[in-house]
Design a binder for this molecule. Structure first.
Ligand code: IMP
Ligand code: MG
Length: 249
């Protein structure tokens, strides 16, 4: 299910400016084809037979309804629990790499943008020398489901050949992103390659991959906060919270 649909529907609400009506059957790249019934109900013309004479192009959402306040969402992992677990993982990584990084700091490679906050906390929780780099992959965009296609948008800035590397991710979900990135990073010939993820949703896995360091295993619920977004919103929320109606991805 593509979340855009829901968002677009929700963007039409009481008081919202109704977009211009266009002839049914027309479509553009900037909108989603919907019909608006007399009572304001939105009908998706792609899944329902066309029964009305008019359709409307609904622009990207502007309504706050699509983005409920984070404070109203249930907390799944509190900032205190996150801080404690990140410290633990930092201590574990420190112990695991002790004595192996002299002159060659451990390289943390964060997956933009979701992992940025976890990485910044983790880097400081690790007591041995470490440095960081970032990669960016094609995101899910506005959808909450993966298309299955992962594309590299930004590669690492510095070579990691012969270095100990940890890929740092916000969520290990289907596993598509990290399996792709792991394959790519191995081509750079690091001395070792491990994976650290803040969250793990094991029930969602489509490809077999596990992280070496996991903050929290969570059920199949869509979450936001601590770097994680819904449509680029909520990344700065300090706790990890459950996005409403979030189990449908
Ligand atoms: P996957 O393991 O390739 O399916 O993708 C993992 C990526 O999907 C993460 O880095 C997130 O960007 C995104 N993602 C998966 N689940 C969630 C979620 O619950 N909230 C926010 N982003 C998510
Ligand atoms: Mg991500």
């Amino acid at each position: 299910m593509v979340k855009d649909d829901t968002l677009a529907s929700q963007s039409i609400s009481a008081g919202a400016t109704r977009p211009e009506l266009t002839a049914a059957g027309s479509e553009t790249n900037t909108g989603v084809l919907r019909s608006v019934q007399a009572d304001g109900l939105i009908v998706d013309l792609r899944t329902r037979p066309l029964t009305r004479a008019y359709a409307t192009l609904i622009p990207m959402p502007t309504s706050t309804l699509a983005f409920p306040p984070a404070a109203q969402m249930d907390v799944l992992v509190s900032r205190a629990e996150i801080a404690e677990r990140v410290s633990e993982i930092g201590r574990q990584i420190t112990a695991d790499y002790e004595g192996q990084t002299t002159g060659h700091p451990l390289v943390l490679i964060g997956v933009l943008k979701g992992a940025a906050i976890f990485l910044s906390d983790l880097a400081r929780a690790i007591s041995i020398d470490n440095t960081f780099d970032f990669v960016a992959v094609s995101s899910y965009g506005r959808a909450r489901v993966s298309s299955g296609a992962v594309k590299l948008i930004k590669d690492i800035d510095n070579p990691v050949e012969g270095r100990h590397v940890i890929l740092v991710e916000d969520i290990l979900d289907t596993g598509l992103t990290l399996s792709y990135l792991r394959g790519l990073m191995l081509q750079h010939k690091p001395a070792s390659l491990k994976i650290a993820t803040c969250l793990d949703k094991p029930s969602r896995r489509l490809v077999p991959i596990e992280a070496d360091y996991v903050g929290f295993k969570i059920p199949n619920q869509f979450v936001i906060g601590y770097g994680m977004d819904y449509s680029e919103v909520y990344r700065n929320v300090p706790d990890i919270r459950i996005f409403p109606n979030g189990a449908d991805h």
